[in-house]
Design a binder for this molecule. Structure first.
Ligand code: NDP
Ligand code: GDR
Length: 372
């Protein structure tokens, strides 16, 4: 039985990857952070009580900022494959917490690689680094491929640039099987609530059910290449099954604006929107409502406004990936389109909003967090 160690197992990708590897028969080890509240919601459905049977998935407390903890875990587990998905992964937050982001995202990656080397596992343990399209930042070429020069635009992207190169360096210097997946944005119903797609699908679902008044957005002209996390974790595994380690761009090759994503999400709820105004005055107004998914809305309601609080000190305006290498070398093609993914996300968030609304109707008023 192969052993995999996943940092960031409680996150969006970590949860899908753990499911995927368990199905493939792996023994899956995951590092979770100690938190004052439960933080394992995304993996609770695959957790097995170790008291009844030897579990195929095991969780360990740890943190990417703690060298001795990581070294001890790698020594005890001796993983065949390490998936380094753990990170402070929010671009806007990285401007607020740049040093922490650098410590976890950049030096955390070095700590993992160095632990593998220090323990003499560099010929056994294969290493996947969660690299990102944010490396391209101020884009030098469109679409972006493996050879496109990088120009990071945030403390997050700069930290990930270090992580990218240290993985390449350990491959070249020590012959380690280390590779970077340069993944473009990927989403799912498990996406964190403050990333733009989930903020929209959850926000509009809540508004449709009368639980929130309005969605406040940042730069809705921003263009992204959005795929589904399920497709992307499959590729993370495929990258570690090759004879030689290489870096790959993972993307759909299609690009849409945040405004388009808002329009699709509204349509899933039977709402047609009209955008008017310019810059920070732009608003989205309901022009029609059909079906029964948005009982709280009527024509003329304003459901989106711009709040400059969500603008970033330096923005990545446009990203579009070219996944040709992944297709030609690995036979990987994404199976789920951005529109299908949006429909799935809205369906899940609307289900949750209906549940909240029903509880509210019966006097069980649970707080809905509006922080975006
Ligand atoms: P999430 O934010 O959903 O998950 C991040 C994970 O990292 C969580 O499990 C989180 O734990 C954990 N984590 C955060 N800080 C630490 C720390 N100090 N020590 C250990 N673990 C930590 O991210 P995604 O699943 O979306 O992304 C996975 C990886 O891929 C990240 O590295 C991200 O930067 C990268 N990436 C993501 C893309 C995307 O579009 N989703 C695209 C390209 C790259 P907790 O649950 O406790 O917060
Ligand atoms: P991104 O994702 O920064 O690309 O990083 P995010 O969904 O946060 O933003 C995408 C674009 O939408 C614009 N935007 C807003 N973003 C957020 N979060 N909230 C808003 O209200 C809002 N309004 C407009 C942003 O300015 C941006 O242009 C994600 C993360 O998963 C990274 O970890 C990963 O590396 C990259 O994707 C690829």
């Amino acid at each position: 039985m192969k052993k995999a160690l996943i940092t960031g197992i409680t996150g969006q990708d970590g949860s899908y990857l753990a499911e995927f590897l368990l199905e493939k028969g792996y023994e899956v080890h995951g590092i979770k952070r100690r938190a004052s509240l439960f933080n394992t919601q995304r993996i609770d459905h695959i957790y097995e009580d170790p008291h009844s049977n030897p579990a195929q998935m095991k969780l360990h407390y740890g943190d990417l900022s703690d060298t001795s903890n990581l070294t001890r875990l790698i020594r005890d587990i001796e993983p065949d494959e390490v998936y380094n998905l753990g990170a402070q992964s929010h671009v806007a937050v990285s401007f607020e917490a740049p040093e922490y982001t650098a410590d976890v995202d950049a030096i955390g990656t070095l700590r993992m690689l160095e632990a593998i080397r220090f323990l003499g596992l560099e010929k056994k343990t294969r290493f996947y680094q969660a690299s990102t399209s944010e490396l391209y930042g101020l884009v030098q070429e469109t679409p972006q491929k493996e050879t496109t020069p990088f120009h990071p635009r945030s403390p997050y992207a700069v930290a990930k640039l270090y992580a990218y190169w240290i993985a390449v360096n350990y491959r070249e210097a020590y012959g380690m099987y280390a590779c970077n997946g340069i993944l473009f944005n990927h989403e799912s119903p498990r996406r964190g609530e403050t990333f733009v797609t989930r903020k929209i699908t959850r926000g509009l679902s809540n508004i449709a059910m009368g639980l929130e008044p309005c969605l406040y957005m940042g730069n809705i002209d921003s263009l992204r290449d959005w795929g589904h996390a399920k497709d992307y974790v499959r590729m993370q595994w495929m990258m570690l099954q090759q004879d030689t380690p290489e870096d790959f761009v993972i993307a759909t090759g299609k690009q849409y604006s945040v405004r388009e994503f808002i329009t699709w999400s509204a349509r899933e709820l039977g709402i047609e929107l009209e955008f008017s105004g310019q810059g920070i005055e732009e608003i989205a107004t309901v022009s029609s409502v059909t079906g029964d998914k948005a009982p709280a809305l009527k024509t003329g309601d304003v459901v989106m406004r711009i709040d400059p609080r969500y603008f970033r000190p330096a923005e990545v305006d446009t990203l579009l990936g070219d996944p040709t290498k992944a297709k030609e070398k690995l036979g990987w093609v994404p199976e789920i389109t951005a529109q299908e993914m949006c429909a799935e996300m809205v369906a899940e968030d609307h289900k949750a909003a209906r549940r909240y609304a029903l509880l509210k109707e019966h006097g069980l008023d649970l707080p809905v967090s509006l922080e975006g």
